[in-house]
Structure formats: C-alpha cells, structure tokens
Design a protein around this ligand. Sequence first.
Ligand code: SF4
Length: 189
Amino acid sequence: MTTDLPMPRVGPVAAHAPKPMRIVLNWGRRYSLWVFNFGLACCAIEFIAASMARHDFIRLGVIPFAPGPRQADLMVVSGTVTDKMAPSIRRLYDQMPEPKYVISFGACSNSGGPYWDSYSVTKGVDQLIPVDVYVPGCPPRPEALLHGIITLQDAIAAESPGRARRDSGRTVSAGSVRRGLLRRPAKGE
Ligand code: SF4
C-alpha cells in the first residue's frame, strides 16, 4: 500500500521576505546543493570524476550523494535518455522537494547527442522536466560541470525564495510520459 504525501513547498510568505533575509536564504541554498546523479551512460563517469579529489565539487558546496530524490536539491542528468527510461526520470524528479534544480550534462541529455535519430532516444531531457543549466560536450569535461554548477549558483543567488517553477501546475505525471512505438515503415519508404 502506498500513501501520497503532500509535496513540501516553500511558504507563500517567503516571496515577501526582505532583501537581507533573501540574500541569506539564497546563500544557504546555493552552497548546500545535495546532488542526485541520474547517470545513464558515459557522461556519468565524468560526473563521478568531478566529485573526486582532483576536481572536488564539494568545495563549491555540492554534496554527493543524496540518499535519494526526496533528499536532493539538484538532479544532474548525465547520459543518454531513452523513451523507456523517461517515466522513471519524471517520477524521481516529481519526488524531489521544492526548491529543486536540474543540470542537463552532455549532448545526449541536452538533445539526444549522437543518437538523436534513434527510434528509442528522447531528444533532450527538457521534454520531460524543466532544465536550469545545459552543459555541452560529448562527454563534457569535469571542469564543464563545475562551470555549470557555478552558473546555477549565480542564478540561485538572484532568485526569489518563493519562486514558481516553470512547470508548476503542469499535470504531466510519470505515467503520462510515454510515446507510442514508431510505426513500421511502408514498403519503399
Ligand atoms: S554525450 Fe557522448 S559521452 Fe555523453 S552519454 Fe552521450 S555519447 Fe556518451
């Protein structure tokens, strides 16, 4: 038996917080990003490299690895997103509490990458969930992820604590993230 709990949200009063309080809240958010790595292919190895001692993204305030999506602030999608995996990505994103952020890491996650014309590959994870920062490359170097994280942190510093997500009110659920199979080509096509 499962019980649906209400999604934790930032209270409406937070939107009217005075500026000094907003600065403190955003400072806390940008430097305590519990990260959840949705690793799907080769780019995930570069993500792991970025978390190791040489590149050490903990010094930027990124904390690996959240025990699960319910404890995460940031999802990094790294690798090839397939239509079969799409409902799982959406489901785990839905389980993250607000405020939540997404980095799309690598060409596959951004647009399908080298497999953009495959029948089974989703042409960008932003078809499923809102993306805050895109990191280009195949694969991007760990330094590129560090740059993406800093870009995201700059955006967090400027946001309102009670911000509405671009997909707020979106009714799409994990179950609805499905595409039909391609039809069989007709003779001569
Ligand atoms: S972008 Fe390149 S390196 Fe990254 S998952 Fe796709 S094929 Fe692999």
